[in-house]
Unconditional design. Structure first.
Length: 147
C-alpha cells in the first residue's frame, strides 16, 4: 500500500498492490483518519500506530477510513471548478459520447462470411534499377571521411 498527502495535507492511500490484503479493503483515494482511536496527521504517525497495534495490541489494528460516497468518480467531483469550465467539459463529454461507436468491433478470430481468394501470378519477376540523381563529379569530399 502506498501512502501520500492529498491537497488538504491528509494521509491518503495512493495505491494498493493487486491481490494484497490492503487491496481487498482499501481503494486509491481513501483517507486514513484514525488508527486504533489515535488521530492520524502524518505518514510517520500512521506507521508508528500500525506497528504499535501489531506488536502491543494482540496484532489487531483498527483503521477509520473516509471514502467518497459516489464511487470512483467521486474524487473527481470534489475538485472545485468555475461554471464556464464545467459547461465546456459537459459539452465535450456529450460530443465524445455521441461520436463514439455503439457497435462492437468485429472479431479478428471469426471467419468472415465472404471468402476472398488470393491469386499469385506466374509472370516473370521484374528487376528495377535503383539510381541516384546526384552526379558523383559534383559531390564535395568530406574532410573526416578518411579517418
Amino acid at each position: 500500500m502506498a501512502i501520500r498527502y492529498d491537497a488538504r495535507e491528509r494521509v491518503q492511500i495512493a495505491s494498493c498492490e493487486p491481490g494484497g490484503l490492503a487491496a481487498i479493503h482499501f481503494r486509491p483515494g481513501d483517507i486514513i483518519r484514525d488508527v486504533n482511536d489515535h488521530q492520524i496527521s502524518s505518514k510517520e504517525m500512521l506507521q508508528y500506530y500500525i506497528l504499535e497495534g501489531i506488536t502491543e495490541k494482540d496484532g489487531k489494528v483498527y483503521l477509520t477510513i473516509e471514502r467518497a460516497a459516489g464511487g470512483d468518480d467521486a474524487y473527481r467531483d470534489q475538485i472545485e471548478m468555475s461554471a464556464d469550465v464545467l459547461s465546456i467539459a459537459q459539452k465535450q463529454i456529450a460530443t465524445f459520447k455521441s461520436t463514439t461507436s455503439k457497435e462492437k468491433p468485429k472479431s479478428v478470430y471469426k471467419k468472415s462470411s465472404s471468402k476472398k481468394s488470393v491469386r499469385v501470378t506466374n509472370d516473370a519477376p521484374q528487376e528495377l534499377l535503383i539510381q541516384s540523381d546526384h552526379d558523383p563529379a559534383t559531390l564535395k569530399s568530406c574532410k573526416s571521411a578518411n579517418k
